[in-house]
Write a protein that binds this ligand. Structure first.
Ligand code: V0D
Length: 253
């Protein structure tokens, strides 16, 4: 093979970290990790096997994102719609945070990653809450990348909750100015995080599925047919490279 063809864009194995860090790195990446069930079905495995494999991919992607200098990584782990799945599958999913933290917490601490959660935590089982609280607590002094899990999260519910909390603060006499975008941002579950620069959705579905509706207003979207358990470091580099090739205008010219 001639040297000059080695870095061909058609070769998915050709993007290096060194090359990517020369360009702008998205501050905040959000990911809809779809396709775990389909991945398992293709292998005649139970859907839960796909979720388990998907969890390992979260670890790998977290490490690479952190190395590249990404400031925040938000992953859609459990939507408010996921309760409609078979009970066994829901129970399995709600055990994943425990396993994830059991095997990954020391590495997260070493990577200086801070875990955050957004979503309705009250409705999840106590054992899951405990694992999540421990993750948040044990990493709260870390100053590196924020790994933000959307857990029992829905974008519309988040907006409605923000509105209701604004009403409460208004009634209590703690709101004196008109509501503007900056104020509204502070009432969202993502308060403190910048809006995502890049949204990745795997598994070929081209929709938002109630994910970060407010925050994704100016975000660049990158969709791939790759199923989440098959998503490798190369795919994240590919997504960031595509992002780097786009000119972001935020509505300007
Ligand atoms: C299944 C693929 C990590 C998508 C990834 C409760 C769905 C693996 C967590 C996790 C899930 C959440 C909070 C935390 C630590 C880890 C997780 C769920 C599903 C749903 F503090 N992966 N993961 N949580 N999957």
């Amino acid at each position: 093979m001639f040297e000059k063809f080695k870095k061909s864009k058609k070769e998915p194995g050709s993007i290096s970290e060194e090359e990517i860090v020369k360009g702008p790195i998205p501050n905040h990446i959000a990911i809809i990790m779809d396709g775990n069930g389909r991945w398992a079905k293709k292998r005649s495995l139970p859907r839960t096997a796909g979720h388990h494999e998907g969890m390992k991919v979260v670890k790998r992607v977290t490490k690479l994102a952190s190395r590249l200098g990404v400031k925040a990584l938000t992953v859609y782990a459990f939507s408010t719609e996921n309760w409609k799945r078979p009970e066994d599958e829901v129970n399995f999913l709600l055990k994943l945070p425990e396993e994830f933290m059991g095997t990954f917490l020391p590495e997260l601490v070493e990577e200086n990653v801070r875990v955050q959660i957004m979503g309705n935590k009250d409705a999840i089982p106590t054992h899951t809450q405990k694992a999540v609280d421990k993750a948040v607590n044990d990493t709260k002094h870390n100053t590196g990348m924020v790994l933000n899990f959307a857990l029992n999260y829905g974008g519309r519910a988040e907006i409605i909750e923000a509105v209701n909390n604004i009403l409460v603060d208004y009634q209590e006499g703690n709101l004196h100015n008109k509501v503007d975008e900056t104020l509204f941002d502070q009432y969202l579950m993502s308060a403190g995080l910048q809006d995502p620069d890049l949204l990745i959705r795997t598994s070929g579905e081209i929709r938002l599925s109630n994910f970060m509706l407010w925050q994704l207003a100016y975000t660049e979207f990158w969709f791939t047919d790759v199923l989440w358990p098959d998503f490798k470091e190369q795919h994240l580099l590919e997504a960031i490279q595509a992002y780097q090739k786009r000119g972001r205008r935020f509505g300007g010219i």
